[in-house]
Design a protein around this ligand. Structure first.
Ligand code: AMP
Length: 224
């Protein structure tokens, strides 16, 4: 059973790194932002409560976030463990989490703010299948159209200059202190988020003392 938290500023690749680790270790990736986005898209009560707050780049209230996280984690489809992304975002959430769960490691992704802006403002999302693109080095073959399902590519409502400024400020003010709290109590590993995703993943795995990713291992054997 492995329980990880992944933290990092917007655009640092938390989702991508979580997916890579989750697929390989057979653990569940829980993204609190995705849960909220799903609720907004599906016009649920929760969606109505969070839509404006999210679009402005602000944090959703702690009571609601904690109940969403708790109900997701008590859903229990994580026999081999989980990696949670986007939570905790402040001191209160961190204390709530530490009381209930025994975390194996906190993975933090480091990215300078200048790179965050470049990445986030070039991010696009398929409105139909949810695949992420970035217009810097992962553009779709046909502009504005998803390669996989031909769905329309959209911009996340909170990937604007204004909302990003709020999100970055909040991250530095509220989320950074969480790392200090974890740093004292738990095992924190930090990876440089600037290189290509597979390089970042390899660094995370090395620091967690995990074997190289299966696919990477077979590539290494093939080239040996
Ligand atoms: P993310 O995709 O992680 O950037 O989350 C998108 C948005 O969802 C955030 O800007 C917040 O409005 C909301 N959100 C996600 N996780 C949390 C959290 N732990 N606490 C408060 N709000 C959150």
């Amino acid at each position: 059973m492995r329980k990880y938290v992944i933290m990092g500023v917007q655009g640092s690749g938390k989702g991508t790194q979580s997916e890579l680790l989750a697929a390989d270790l057979d653990i569940v990736h829980i993204s609190v932002g995705d849960i909220f986005r799903w609720n907004v898209q599906n016009h649920t009560k929760i969606g109505a409560q969070v839509r404006r707050v999210m679009a402005a780049g602000e944090l959703v209230g702690d009571d609601l976030v904690e109940s969403v996280v708790q109900s997701r984690l008590t859903g229990h489809d994580w026999n081999f463990g989980f990696i949670i992304d986007g939570f905790p975002r402040n001191r209160r959430q961190a204390e709530f989490f530490l009381e209930s769960y025994d975390i194996d490691a906190i993975i933090t992704l480091d990215l300078p703010d200048s790179e965050v802006r470049r990445r986030v403002l070039n991010r696009r999302l398929c409105a139909d299948c949810g695949i992420n693109y970035n217009l810097i080095d992962d553009s779709p073959a046909v502009p504005g159209q998803c390669d996989a399902c031909r769905g329309e590519l959209t911009t996340r409502e909170d990937d604007t200059e204004e909302a990003l400024a709020v999100r970055l400020k909040t991250y530095h003010e509220k989320t950074n202190p969480v790392l200090e709290l974890f740093g004292r109590k738990e095992y924190v590993v930090t990876a440089d988020a600037r290189p290509a995703p597979e390089v970042v993943q390899a660094e995370i795995r090395r620091k967690l003392s995990l074997p190289p990713q299966k696919q990477q291992e077979s590539q290494e054997n093939a080239s040996a």
